[in-house]
Design a binder for this molecule. Sequence first.
Ligand SMILES: *Cc1c(COP(=O)(O)O)cnc(C)c1O
Length: 420
Amino acid sequence: MHEFKYINNNLYCEKIKVKDLADKFGTPLYIYSYHTLVDHFYKLQSAFSGVDAVVCYSVKANSNLALLKALVDKGAGLDIVSGGELFRALKAGCPPEKIVYASVGKTNAEIEEAIKRGILFFNVESLPELENINRIAKKLNKITRAAIRINPDVEAKTHKFITTGKITNKFGIDLDNAYKILLLRKNFSHLKICGLHIHIGSQITQSAPFVAAVKKITDFIAHLKRIGITLEYLNIGGGLGIIYKNETPQTAQIYAKKILPFLRKSGLKIILEPGRFIVGNAGILVTKVLYLKDTPKKKFVIIDAGMNDLIRPALYDAYHMILPLQKRGVRLEKVDVVGPICESGDFLAKERKLPLVKEGEYLAVMSAGAYGFSMSSNYNSRRRLAELLVVKDQVFVIRKRESFDDLVRNEEVPSFLLGL
Ligand SMILES: *Cc1c(COP(=O)(O)O)cnc(C)c1O
């Protein structure tokens, strides 16, 4: 469910006509629906209300401060993957005891800052990392906590670039080695291993991979318990798929129903780390058609948004629905929707049947809330886009469009080149 709908053939975000926003703020432009965002958070939270669970929104999906603040205000914790995200999480007012921190490559400075701030725990991805965190905690004279990220070696049935729970992926620790580490847990003088973590991939639409992973890890937890190793947390990660095209992803209710029996049996506190599920369908990218170009083999719709603004099609062959802001006739034609960037990978849709479009008209690239702006770049010296938040009939600029000065803000020409 989301709040982008046609009313009298005009696309609306909540109670605002999207075309009015495009006219006023220019394109390309990201627009988010506040109520869609919050509604998705509530759906997941209420599906897991039967257990002691905290939904820690995955900041990397969309890290805009306003969106973080909106979720934190509703009770969300945050899942971070860098020092920069820790900075954002704290700036958004997230209580440190609701922050969990994953990443295979945490630096000493990042670890130190997270320990000082008192985050809930690190999701640790290797033995050297555990040792390093312990060493840093000792230096700071603090006791910190960690969950071991388990690589459960399950097939997530999603794009290979967003599969993270196979043993050939760089993430997590296999069960055998995790077991060995847990047996030696007392060797870590300043680190308490308080839980286990899994995150098997992203845009997973079926329940089976989640069930397989959760079953594996809860069996492991039961075994640990039998030999006297008790834990406090089970972090089941994110990865819930959403509708981009015609997928039939599990709802929050169904997801919960399938895995809750295992979670209850574990008796542990549960952490969830959804990103895409919460923000994916809460955002669109609005773009303008610059030119229509006919070639002997193809028709190209050239738009003002490029792969630097939304890289998912180029990176993962991802599908995003494209809709005209003003719905017209039903005649369709097959086109490639491409951006202005000097790369053949710069497309948002290929061989797509769209209603006949005109130069100068606006299009909405749907489901662009997750891994859209947060993966955008300044490639081709393009300014990163403005982001708007719509709340019913109100609109807020939650990020200004970058200026040309922003592009060169941190650059310096050495004096010898200036002839000084
Ligand atoms: C990216 C990530 C998530 C969120 O994934 P989604 O597919 O957006 O739900 C959760 N946990 C970890 C550790 C991640 O790296």
